[in-house]
Design a protein around this ligand. Structure first.
Ligand SMILES: NC(=O)C1=CN([C@@H]2O[C@H](COP(=O)(O)OP(=O)(O)OC[C@H]3O[C@@H](n4cnc5c(N)ncnc54)[C@H](O)[C@@H]3O)[C@@H](O)[C@H]2O)C=CC1
Ligand SMILES: O=C(O)C1=N[C@H](C(=O)O)C[C@H](O)C1
Length: 266
C-alpha cells in the first residue's frame, strides 16, 4: 500500500477533528502537519483534544509547504482560506481534497484552470457522505422526469454559508437534465422578502438553520397528482469520513479536477 503523507487545514473544526482521527487511524496515511492560524509554531499535542499528537502546526500554508513534504492537503476551513490553501497546495505539487463549501463558480473555474496547468489531481467535494452523493444522483435522475422541484437543506446554526454546497451542487446536477422552467405562479409575489427561497435556474432552494441539526437535505418533486421526496440525513460527522478516505485514495491516482464525489463513485 502506498504511504500517503497528509496535511489537515482546520484541525480544530467540527470536520477537522474527525479528519485528524481518520488519518491517524488509517494504516497507510501519515499526518505530517496541520494548518491552524491560531497556533503557529505549536504541536497538535499543545491543543486541547489532541494530547498525544506530536504533529507540527503552521499558521500559514506557505511556511508549512516550505518545511514539510506532503502528498495531500485536506482542507476543512472557510471559502476564503480554502481557496488560498487549495491554490498554494497545487502550486507546490500537493494534491488538494477540499470539503470546504461556499466557493463561487468563478472560484471553481479558477481552481480547475490551475489544476489543468499543474496537471495534478484535485478533488472538491461539497458533500463527502456517500448517502448524500446518492441523494444527489437520485435527484438528478428524477429531474429528468419532473420539472418542478424545491430543495430544502437543513443544517446546524453555526454554518456560515447558505445555501449549502450540497444544495448548490444538487441544483446544478438537476439543471443539467431538467427542462428549464421558472416555477410557481407567473404572478407570484413575495410579501416578505425571501419567502420563496433562492432562485437557481427557476427552481428554489430553502435554507433552514437550527441548533440540534447536523446536515440534512430534502429534494421535493411535484407533478400532476403526485410528489416525490428524496431525503438524506447526516446524524454525525463520522458520516463524512468514508468519503474523505475515498477522495484521498482517488486524488493520489488522478491528474485532473473533480467537483463532486458522484464523479468518482461507480
Ligand atoms: N464536504 C463535506 O462533506 C462537508 C463540508 N463541510 C464544510 O467544511 C467546512 C468546515 O466546516 P466545520 O468543520 O463544520 O466548521 P468549523 O467552524 O467547525 O471549522 C472551521 C475550521 O476553519 C478554521 N478557520 C476559520 N477561519 C480561518 C481562517 N481565517 N484561517 C484559517 N483557518 C480558519 C477554524 O480554526 C476551524 O478549524 C465548512 O465550509 C463546511 O461547510 C462540513 C461538513 C461536511
Ligand atoms: O457545514 C456543514 O455542516 C456541511 N456543509 C456541507 C455543505 O455545505 O453542503 C456538507 C454538509 O451538508 C455539512
Amino acid at each position: 500500500m502506498t504511504q500517503v503523507k497528509v496535511i489537515i487545514a482546520g484541525p480544530r473544526g467540527r470536520m477537522g477533528k474527525e479528519a485528524v482521527q481518520l488519518v491517524q487511524s488509517t494504516e497507510n496515511y501519515e499526518l505530517v502537519a496541520a494548518i491552524d492560524y491560531k497556533h503557529d509554531g505549536k504541536e497538535l499535542h499543545d491543543i486541547e483534544g489532541f494530547e498525544k499528537l506530536h504533529i507540527p502546526v503552521f499558521g500559514e500554508i506557505e511556511k508549512c509547504l516550505a518545511e514539510i513534504e506532503a502528498d495531500v492537503l485536506i482542507d476543512l476551513t472557510t471559502p476564503e482560506m480554502g481557496m488560498h490553501h487549495t491554490k498554494t497546495a497545487m502550486l507546490h505539487g500537493v494534491r488538494p481534497v477540499v470539503g470546504t463549501t461556499g466557493f463561487t463558480q468563478e472560484n471553481l473555474q479558477e481552481l480547475e484552470q490551475l489544476c489543468q496547468e499543474k496537471g495534478i489531481g484535485c478533488i472538491i467535494a461539497p458533500n463527502f457522505a456517500i448517502g448524500a452523493v446518492l441523494m444527489m444522483k437520485f435527484a438528478q435522475l428524477a429531474g429528468k422526469y419532473f420539472n418542478d422541484v424545491e430543495i430544502i437543506e437543513l443544517h446546524h446554526d453555526q454554518k456560515l454559508d447558505a445555501p449549502s454546497g450540497t444544495a448548490v451542487k444538487t441544483a446544478q446536477m438537476i439543471a443539467e437534465v431538467r427542462v428549464h422552467k421558472k416555477q410557481g405562479h407567473p404572478n407570484e409575489k413575495e410579501t416578505i422578502a425571501g419567502a420563496r427561497g433562492a432562485d437557481f435556474d427557476g427552481m428554489h432552494i430553502h435554507s433552514v438553520r437550527l441548533p440540534g441539526l447536523i446536515a440534512h437535505q430534502q429534494v421535493m418533486f411535484g407533478s400532476e397528482g403526485q410528489t416525490l421526496t428524496i431525503r438524506h440525513d447526516s446524524y454525525n460527522r463520522a458520516s463524512f469520513m468514508s468519503g474523505v478516505k475515498l477522495a484521498v485514495d482517488t486524488v493520489m491516482n488522478i491528474d485532473s479536477f473533480v467537483y463532486g464525489l458522484e464523479n468518482i463513485i461507480d
